[in-house]
Every structure is written in C-alpha cells, then in structure tokens.
Design a protein around this ligand. Structure first.
Ligand SMILES: [Fe+2]
Length: 233
C-alpha cells in the first residue's frame, strides 16, 4: 500500500459544518437539541435497495421539447471514491439545481424569475464500474435567500448519493471556482476548514467537456478519510 494514502479519519469539527450554524439561519430550525438516538439496523435497512436504472435521458437536464435550455452548457463528471481513491461503483447519484436565472422548478420557489421550459431541475443515475457518472446541464444562476437581509446563494448544484443501503446516504453542494459570492455564502462558509471547503469547488477539466459546446467540470466525492467531502444539506 502507498503509505501516503493510509486511512486517517478527518478532524472532527473542521471538515463537517456544525448542525447549528449562525451563518446558515435555517439550521436553527433543523438542528437537534439532543444527541441522536441510534436506531437498531435490521434487514430492512441493510439489504437494499439495488439501484439499477441509469438512463441517458435522466442525466441530461437541458434537452426540452422546445430545444436546448438557456445558459452556459456544461458537462459535470462525478467520481465516487473511498479514502484510498478506489472507485466505488453502484452508488446512486441525484443532482438538483436552479436554472440560469436562479429559479428552481419547484412550487416552493415563488420568486418572480423566469422558468425555462427546456430545463429540468434534476438528474439521476448509477455510477459505472469506474465509479463515474456524468450529467449534461447548465451553470445555475445565483438566487436571493428570502428574509435574509440581501443574501444571495452563489451558483451551486445539490448532490445526493446513496450507497448499497438506504442508511448509506449523503448530501452536499457543489460550487463554482472563483465565484465572488462563495466568499460570503453562509452555507459554504459554514464549513470551518478552508481546505475542506475547497473540496466542494468544481474543477474545470477540458477532457470532461464537449468540444466547442460544453464546459467540463469534475467533482470527486470522497466518502471518508482525510480527504472526505464535507456534507451540506
Ligand atoms: Fe440551492
């Protein structure tokens, strides 16, 4: 084994954001007041599901009936890795995001911003034998956070990953390199360690793009160890 890659647990309190964060107001309503009880794990929790569906159309967010979605086209390649950078095939990945105008295709988004009929806010699929999956999408727009005193979320993509059981589930958010709103975003800045924060920033990668059509970005989801990906609900 390469000694540089020996598993070491992350330093708690640095990589993962606190349950309750002053900078992320809604955590005040979601954070538990008491220690989590650990429920017993039975066959129901440990025996499934088996994720199999991975259709091309589920990974393409931009091809509506009326044509291509508005915005800067991009291809996002996600790899799922363990602490030794070994690919983890079989993970079920879902992403969701705002359109180029920062509007979600969701009834709770009542902001007066345009809906793009050719853009679908979600994608999903199963990672392949190399631990990889890709999505065709657009760079999302920023959007204002209601009742926040002028705070706008930077462009970001939400990502959920299931492992081999429903108990094995994580959620996080992906950010764009160099966006000035990253520096003042309460959620992104809620991760204490700046090095860990950078793990949520997409890496531009020409090989992941489509020549003269789509920018390429890469993201490595590292499940544990000293390079573990921070989680953000
Ligand atoms: Fe969002």
């Amino acid at each position: 084994m390469d000694n540089d890659r020996i598993f070491e647990p992350f330093e708690d309190g640095l990589v993962q954001p606190p349950y309750r964060s002053e900078k992320y107001a809604s955590t005040g309503r979601m954070a538990p007041d008491n220690v989590h009880p650990i429920a017993p794990r039975t066959a129901t929790e440990l025996s499934g599901p088996i994720f199999a569906r991975s259709a091309d159309e589920d990974r393409n967010l931009v091809s509506g009936k009326g044509g291509q979605a508005i915005g800067s086209l991009m291809r996002l390649k996600v790899r799922v890795l363990d602490e030794d950078a070994r690919p983890q095939p079989g993970s079920f990945i879902e992403i969701w995001q705002a359109n180029a105008a920062g509007k979600y295709q969701h009834p709770q988004d009542q902001r007066d911003a345009p809906i793009d009929p050719n853009f679908r806010s979600w994608g999903r699929g199963v990672v392949d034998a190399n631990g990889e999956i890709d999505f065709i999408t657009i760079r999302p727009g920023a959007y204002p956070v209601p009742n926040s005193g002028g705070w706008w979320r930077p462009p970001h993509i939400h990502l959920s990953a299931y492992g081999s059981t429903f108990l094995s589930h994580i959620i996080t958010q992906l950010y764009f390199p160099g966006d000035p709103l990253n520096e003042i975003d309460g959620i992104f800045q809620g991760i204490p360690d700046p090095v860990a924060r950078e793990r949520l920033v997409l890496k531009p990668d020409a090989d992941s793009g489509i020549p003269e059509a789509a920018l390429g970005f890469r993201f490595d989801l590292v499940l544990r160890g000293r390079s573990q990906t921070p989680l953000e609900n």
